[in-house]
Design a protein around this ligand. Structure first.
Ligand code: XMP
Length: 514
């Protein structure tokens, strides 16, 4: 069966990845493409439908992102969201103007019950609005199908041409009926059956990787984390021994992690990949000495990582492709999309090592969310314990130690974290639901141990529940668990005399400390 695809054209909106995710939740494959993708290419991909995302621009501003009016003549259903809705109106001859009052946040919404998009939805509901401009005149053939107190055209449609537009954001949870609306669009209006699952993604991707790589060789940065492990499994299924995995031990790993990675992927291990382990601990600690700025630390770790790679790769002989376990939230948060702001420079995104010539980069998980990566890992036969292990950032403990990174601090955070993990498991906490770890603050404070004054560090326990890592809330851990951790940590980890519990959600905090 041909794969059903919904294409999402990106006009710079911050929720584009949520749209992709909602479509995939309808078991339909979705892909985000730049708004500049030529119509011929869109046609060639034979999508079942097209969604135009929101974006920060005004359609009439010079240089505003646009699309060809031909897009609306492809004969496939189109749904415009926010900016996408305004663009549809504008391109088809309607009018868009600044509103007297911009709408932001939760807003009452009245819907036309006979719209195919809203037939499963009560006529009065709420929606999430975020706009300054609004549609003030409908294009020919369209009718308004929703309004809010300040927005007479909160939705419009020409159902004979299967063109739909909503000013609000159906993809966010603050639009309670949004999921039902998107499902109506994908399943009923676009006519998708919904057969897309990880099994089909794996098959398609394995074939795509074989086509791309041919007989050539691929070098993978394997950290032993979920993402790079799934990448390794996928690549090894696709190209077998043409894959070489390089594991750099930068000294910023969790307690015993380096040994575990070697045991699983190394020679004689369960996967028995072509595995090259590099002990780069001294090099990383040397480069990080005295550095306190978070972004600089990330840059240094990233750079050292790449350089270690380059040196290793040069010893390995010719490698044609460079593979990475980049996943979709990394791409979005690094501002790699068209208009996203840079929040943190995730070191595993951002291109090829400069010192070696690769023909290209291979990032087969680039379009997947974390929970999808896990499903793919299971599909590929990776053990559940590995697939559901807690994600660990590329810069490792470097971003879990506030301020300067030293081997002593690494030891403190490793020991504290190991205790935290043991207690979590003893108390039966499901850590698959988020990220649970110890971090080291740069707060030093006075304590008393026996008859001695101490002046030591404070460990912060961080436990967040999240499914997409874009937003997170602090877990309500049992008090006895926290207390047990505190007692064990202050009694057994030299250099630590205080244990704090970090209650902050994301946003405003990020999951990692730095
Ligand atoms: P933040 O701290 O940005 O983390 O809320 C979101 C998710 O990303 C992970 N993370 C990283 N992963 N390289 C990675 O591969 C990085 O530089 C990096 N920084 C954060 C973090 O552990 C969480 O899962």
């Amino acid at each position: 069966m041909e794969q059903e695809t919904i294409l999402i054209l990106d006009f710079g909106g911050q929720y584009k990845q949520l749209i992709a995710r909602r479509v995939r939740e309808c078991q339909v494959y979705s892909e985000i493409l730049p708004h500049t993708t030529p119509v011929a290419e869109l046609r060639a991909r034979a999508p079942k439908g097209i969604i135009l995302t929101g974006g920060p621009s005004s359609v009439y501003a010079p240089g505003a992102p646009t699309c060809s009016a031909e897009l609306f003549d492809l004969g496939v259903p189109v749904l415009g969201i926010c900016y996408g809705a305004q663009l549809m109106a504008y391109r088809l001859g309607g009018r868009v103007q600044p509103a007297d009052t911009s709408e932001y946040g939760r807003t009452d919404l009245s819907l036309a019950a006979d719209s195919p998009l809203f037939s499963d939805v009560p006529p009065s509901t709420t929606c999430w609005m975020s706009h300054t401009d609004r549609i003030t005149a409908l294009p020919l053939g369209f009718r308004a199908t929703a309004h809010t107190p300040n927005c007479p055209v909160a939705a419009m449609e020409d159902s004979s041409r299967r063109l739909y537009a909503v000013q609000f954001h159906p993809e966010v949870v603050h639009t309670p009926e949004g999921e039902a609306m998107l499902r109506r669009f994908v399943r009923d209006i676009c006519g998708c059956q919904g057969a897309w699952q990880m099994a089909s993604f794996a098959q398609t991707e394995i074939k795509a990787l074989r086509d791309k790589v041919g007989q050539k060789r691929v070098l993978l940065a394997l950290s032993g984390g979920v993402d790079s492990s799934v990448t390794a499994a996928l690549l090894s299924r696709a190209i077998g021994k043409q894959l070489t995995c390089v594991f750099v031990d930068h000294g910023l790993l969790r307690k015993n992690e380096s040994e575990q990675v070697k045991a699983i992927f190394g020679p004689g291990g369960d996967f028995n990949l072509d595995f090259v382990g590099v002990d780069a601990r001294e090099r990383f600690f040397g480069a990080l000495k005295g550095v306190v700025d978070p972004e600089q630390k990330r840059k240094i770790i990233g750079e050292q990582f790449i350089r270690t790679f380059e040196e290793t790769a040069n010893r390995l002989g010719e490698m044609h492709f460079f593979a990475q376990g980049t996943i979709y939230p990394d791409v979005v948060e690094s501002g790699a999309g068209s208009d996203g702001a840079v929040i943190k420079s995730h070191h595993n995104v951002g291109g090829l090592p400069k010192g070696i010539r690769f023909e290209g980069i291979v990032e087969p998980l680039r379009m997947l969310f974390k929970d999808e990566v896990r499903l793919l890992g299971l599909e590929l036969g990776l053990p559940r314990a590995l697939v559901y292990r807690q994600p660990f950032p590329g810069p490792g403990l470097g971003v879990r130690i506030a301020g300067e990174v030293t081997p002593e601090k690494v030891r403190m955070v490793q020991e504290a974290d190991a205790i935290f993990q043991e207690e979590l498991s003893r108390f039966g906490v499901d850590t698959g639901a988020g990220q649970f770890f110890a971090a080291l603050t740069n707060l030093r404070s006075v304590g008393v141990m026996g008859d001695h004054r101490t002046y030591d560090y404070a460990v912060a326990l961080r436990a967040v529940l999240t499914s997409d890592y874009m937003t997170a809330t602090a877990a309500r851990l049992p008090y006895d668990l926290l207390e047990a951790c505190m007692t064990r940590i202050v009694n057994t980890v030299p250099g630590v005399n205080r244990v704090l519990y970090d209650l902050t959600s994301k946003p405003p905090a990020t999951i990692e400390l730095e």
